[in-house]
Design a protein around this ligand. Structure first.
Ligand code: SDX
Length: 434
């Protein structure tokens, strides 16, 4: 094989430029030397929605979209979901290795002892309407937390970053549960430090008058695995928001509020909520063909299908589908599952979806499980955010420690008006409208 470089010939000048190839990528800054005149700005690359642009170097998550492979710090998602719990996975994603027993004890103790939220935060949540969407509450409350922890601005201090990481992984479920209890008109439930991470979340959501909440072990494990499957997914829209806002050295609470806001979108984490609305709209297997027809006509999207990176079955969707059977043994079979399975069967045989490499993604089956577990539909993206909090923090910290990174500030192709005189333009427009 030849040299690891790219030779570009600028046909405007006949000049050739040799550009180094690193990690199967060229650094866009090398394009700037390509000019016609010395005082030109030089060439840029144009890539709307970053379809083919690497924004960073990362060691956290690897995805092979064609093969449907997902690795957390090199470990296949199937092994992580089977052998670790969520807090061990969060440690792995953030610190790079599976924690030893001693490391895990310190990690889980610290997170457990940061699950409480300031009583004033509860007053803050009280300010929302009873039917406020819990993602709106989560986004706002994450930003509000930054006013309680002024020390979080010390983003260059490793100990401060570690403390904020404990606080955020500990408090996101508490805020999520408080948003749910507020919407139900129920009193808030304090964390129970004797329960697991997922068990305590179920406690803060569903405890009523019993002296001690006892989570169903099958549901507790299923929820913990769902958090694992949602923990990180490289440079997705919300992780990019976390990195971009964090790159201005905003504190991690405001950065995570931006990430959660990005996740809320129906094309991203809000899709699990939209899948349930879609399945309910379809209503029965008999109506699937007419819905597919609407999808092909471009009237609606098949929510929970398709992915920017996966052009194969999302490995997470496969695991979630397996979990659903365990959950339904406890909760009873969700009739929407039969519609989902038939919808998947039909779509995977249909040329429209095959040609576009549209397969079920992580959101297709997760909502059906959440519904069977008793979560209201609006809570689904919040459940996604709980799992993804560790991934956002890992991406945020990796960005801060990357010496090649600085404040994110893309360029643009300007196609607007050339310089013009305001008075002259105003007079011309008045004259036309007279
Ligand atoms: C998540 O990035 C991540 O990693 C995200 C995520 C994570 O863990 O962080 O994996 C989580 O967000 C999963 C995706 C959840 N969203 C949905 O399920 C919403 C439905 N899916 C689509 O909106 C879409 O598939 C995206 C947004 C997920 C991906 O869109 P792309 O990569 O921009 O692809 P595209 O829109 O260019 O689609 C290519 C073609 C188009 O058709 P043509 O214009 O070529 O005719 O496929 C079509 C699209 O119209 N298409 C769909 C479709 N998704 C794409 N047609 C019908 N239904 C769909 N779901």
């Amino acid at each position: 094989m030849g040299k690891n470089t790219l030779t570009i010939t600028d046909n405007r000048t006949g000049k050739a430029y040799e550009i180094p190839i690193e990690h199967e990528t060229i650094n866009a800054k090398h394009l700037r030397q390509i000019k016609v005149n010395e005082d030109d700005f030089g060439l840029m690359s144009y890539d709307p929605a970053y379809m083919n642009t690497a924004s960073c170097k990362s060691q956290i998550t690897f995805i092979d979209g064609d093969k449907g492979i997902l690795l957390y710090r090199g470990y296949p998602i199937q092994q992580v979901a089977e052998k670790l719990n969520y807090l061990q996975t969060a440690y792995l994603i953030i610190n790079g290795e599976v924690p030893t027993a001693k490391e895990y004890d310190e990690w889980s103790w610290n997170i457990t002892h940061h699950t409480m939220i300031h009583e004033n935060i509860k007053k803050f949540i009280e300010g929302f309407q009873y039917d406020a969407h819990p993602m709106g509450i989560l986004v706002s409350t994450l930003a509000a937390l930054s006013t309680f922890y002024q020390d979080a601005k010390e983003i260059k201090d490793a100990e401060s970053r570690k403390l904020q990481i404990y606080r955020l992984i500990g408090k996101v479920p508490t805020i999520a549960a408080a948003a749910y209890r507020h919407s139900m008109g129920l009193p808030y439930v304090y964390p129970d430090n004797e329960l697991s991470y997922a068990g305590n979340f179920l406690n803060m959501l569903f405890k009523m008058t019993e002296p001690k909440y006892e989570p169903n072990p099958a549901l507790e494990r299923a929820l913990d695995v769902l958090f694992i499957l949602h923990a990180d997914h490289e440079q997705n829209c919300s992780a990019s928001a976390m990195r971009s806002v964090g790159s201005s050295h905003a504190d991690p609470y405001c950065s995570m509020a931006a990430a959660a806001a990005a996740l809320y979108g129906p094309l991203h984490g809000g899709a699990n909520e939209m899948v349930l609305h879609m399945l309910k709209e379809i209503g029965s297997k008999n109506n699937i063909p007419s819905y597919i027809k609407r999808v092909k006509a471009g009237e609606v999207l098949l929510m929970g299908f398709g992915h920017r990176v996966y052009k194969n079955y999302d490995p997470r969707a496969r695991i979630i589908k397996q979990i659903s059977e365990e959950v339904f043994e406890v909760t009873g079979r969700n009739p929407l599952l039969d519609i989902a399975i038939e919808l998947e069967r039909i779509a995977l045989e249909d040329e429209y979806f095959i040609k576009r490499k549209l397969y079920p993604n992580v959101d297709f089956y997760s909502g059906i499980i959440y519904q069977a577990m008793g979560f209201p539909v609006a809570m689904y993206p919040v459940l996604f955010a709980i799992g993804r909090a560790s991934g956002w923090l890992a991406q945020w910290q990796e960005m801060l420690l990357d010496t090649e990174q600085k404040i994110a500030r893309p360029r643009q192709i300007y196609l607007g008006a050339k310089e013009r005189d305001l008075q002259v333009s105003k007079a011309k427009r008045e004259a036309v409208h007279r």
